[in-house]
Design a protein around this ligand. Structure first.
Ligand code: SAH
Length: 334
């Protein structure tokens, strides 16, 4: 499940096999959900033997599932024993899954649990695809939305993430609409520029979390490499080029970035841009001293942005008590 349609087609072409076989093979795997090459009845014996030799349909494993109303958290064990997690959320508009893109993360954001688990490696494309397939099989329902916002920095694993999106979006793959797929990055500018040149409708979300460089560099070391002006310029270019609205994520940390003056500075920074701000109530974790902003402070921040003409929403909270906060389940499972 590492192969995009194009990669599979190239593989088949090398063997002199017609391109429609690619669609048939995709159909067996992603639509008929048959995971035994011998059952691919419209595929010839020679090709089946080659497929068996070159590919594996042996999945990663679900190790643990935590359930709460409207949310399920999955811990997966990879073939090398590493563990990652994904979260399934029931929204009124459908079922969405938040998947991981790396084992650990190198971005070391001060408030984030995943950053405590240094990156061990990138996830392979199949390890991302299989998170979705296994969750669909577990709940016996189709996933309509995918967000790449779990453990890891997706733009630090760019090629595998792009291949993953290509596969889940393909009509003969999992057929998840591109407008229903969102990639969230801490702001790796060169990759935002690459991403804007792809001809698709996949959504981009940016973890901003602070309205100025001083504060952002304290919270997010990546800001020392790509600071706010550089990031905002890239986003303006992205918006001009794609005509798509960008989501700005802003985690609400009590008395750190949630003051009235922060809201005003943020409004000024984003004024006139085609963005919407998603305020994220912070999920407190045992190892990190940041506290969640009170509901009153979040509401006040929200109102200040709104009054300043910024589109803003407050993220619905899921799973605080089932350790659904980024990286929490994974980091407590050793
Ligand atoms: N590396 C990517 C995607 C993974 S993090 C990124 O930075 O966007 C997904 C989002 O969750 C980010 O906005 C991140 O800042 C936020 N986040 C991390 N820890 C959190 C916590 N404890 N509570 C709430 N949001 C958190």
């Amino acid at each position: 499940m590492n192969y995009t349609p194009q990669m599979l087609q190239d593989y088949l072409a090398q063997k002199g096999i017609k391109s429609f076989k690619q669609k048939q093979i995709y159909e067996w795997i992603y639509q008929k959900k048959i995971y035994d090459f011998d059952l691919f009845s419209n595929v010839g014996k020679t090709l089946i033997n080659d497929l068996k030799k070159d590919f594996s349909l042996d999945f990663i494993k679900i190790e643990k599932v935590l359930e709460a109303p409207l949310v399920k958290k999955f811990l997966f064990r990879l073939k090398d024993g590493e563990k990652i997690e994904a979260v399934l959320m029931e929204h009124d508009y459908g079922l969405s899954v938040c998947i991981s893109s790396q084992v650990g993360c190198n971005m070391t954001c001060a408030f984030c649990e995943s950053g405590r688990l240094k990156k061990k490696r990138n996830l392979q494309t199949y390890e991302m695809v299989e998170q979705i397939i296994l969750i669909e099989a577990y709940i016996k329902k189709r996933i309509s939305h995918v967000v790449i916002m779990g453990i890891g920095e997706p733009f630090d694993n760019y090629d595998n993430v792009i291949n993953f999106i290509t596969i889940i979006n393909d009509a003969k793959g999992l057929a998840i609409g591109s407008r229903h797929i969102t990639v969230s990055t801490c702001g790796i500018v060169p990759k935002i520029k690459e991403f804007m040149n792809l001809d698709w409708q996949v959504n981009l979300a940016i973890s901003l979390h602070a309205p100025n460089d001083t504060l952002r560099s304290q919270l997010m070391p990546v800001n020392k490499v790509y600071n706010i002006p550089t990031l905002i310029d890239a986003l303006k270019e992205y918006i001009a080029k794609t005509n798509r609205r960008v989501t700005i994520e802003y985690v609400m940390l009590n008395m750190v970035n949630d003051r009235e003056s922060d809201a005003m500075e943020l409004a000024k920074l984003l004024k006139g841009m085609n963005v919407y701000v998603n305020l994220i109530p912070y999920n407190e974790t045992a190892h990190i001293e940041f506290k969640k902003s009170s509901k009153e402070r979040i509401d006040k921040f929200f109102n200040t942005l709104k009054k300043a003409g910024i589109n803003v929403t407050i993220r619905k909270e899921f799973g605080g008590n089932i350790k659904a906060a980024c990286g929490q389940l994974r980091s407590e499972s050793d």
